[in-house]
Ligand binder design. Structure first.
Ligand code: TMP
Length: 218
């Protein structure tokens, strides 16, 4: 039984996940919470290496199922090596992407089917699902423009996909919102970082009011 809280942050390219995660973790640290931030694919050596293989722009020959399996493999290793131990210690884990990314990108946008992709991910994650997922909704126009303007952000193999692919990713997330209305909260990520942050704090307070009330309030 996990004592911690598992929060995942989802969204298309250029949604502002990294900025939000930094703001969130700073705020929680200030309030005396024990927080661990991490990302998928990656977060630990094996998964970071799988990430390099998946996102390498030279790997245009990568088959869609291979891609889905690699994401699931990276997820499995990251979960057992990093996420589960932190949750067992009672930490708040904030993870940049999780299984919803595979469902939206590989299941829906690549056309593998959400159910098929869910099946391989069930094998990878067993029963573990996030307590709360923040979906940062941004149109591909806005998201991809942000990426193009961020000089420090390296363009990876998935960024190079056609506009229609990114539209499909967004559509995939809309389907997930309908499927998991209690777990996933939509936030309009086209607003400024401060406003997005406020919306996310409100969503967390609403979801975990009892938990935070026992400590210093967020
Ligand atoms: P990032 O840019 O948010 O770090 O994510 C890397 C890319 O990997 C991004 O284009 C989304 C994609 N991705 C998937 O397609 N499926 C997955 O399961 C995950 C975790 C990421």
């Amino acid at each position: 039984m996990n004592k911690g809280i598992f929060i995942t942050i989802e969204g298309g390219e250029g949604a502002g996940k990294s900025t939000l995660i930094e703001l969130l973790s700073n705020k929680m640290h200030q309030r005396g919470k024990s927080v661990m931030t991490t990302r998928e694919p990656g977060g630990i050596l094996i998964a970071e290496q799988i990430r390099s293989v998946i996102l390498d722009r030279q790997h245009i020959a990568m088959d869609a199922r291979t891609e889905a399996l690699l994401y699931a493999a990276a997820r499995r290793q990251h979960l057992v090596e990093k996420v589960l131990p932190a949750l067992e210690q009672g930490q708040i884990v904030i993870c940049d992407r999780f299984v919803d990314s595979s469902l939206a990108y590989q299941g829906h946008a690549r056309g593998l089917g959400m159910e098929e992709v869910w099946a391989i991910n069930q094998f990878a994650i067993q029963e573990l699902m996030p307590d709360l997922t923040i979906y940062m909704d941004v149109s591909p126009e806005v998201g991809l423009t942000r990426i193009a303007q961020a000089s420090e952000r390296e363009i990876n193999r998935l960024d190079l996909e056609k506009h229609s692919f990114h539209e499909k990713v967004r559509e995939g997330y809309q389907l997930l919102l309908k499927q998991y209305p209690d777990r996933i909260v939509l936030v309009n990520a086209e607003k400024s970082a401060d406003l997005v942050f406020n919306d996310v704090l409100a969503a967390i307070e609403e979801r975990f009011a009892g938990f935070f009330a026992t400590d210093v309030k967020l």
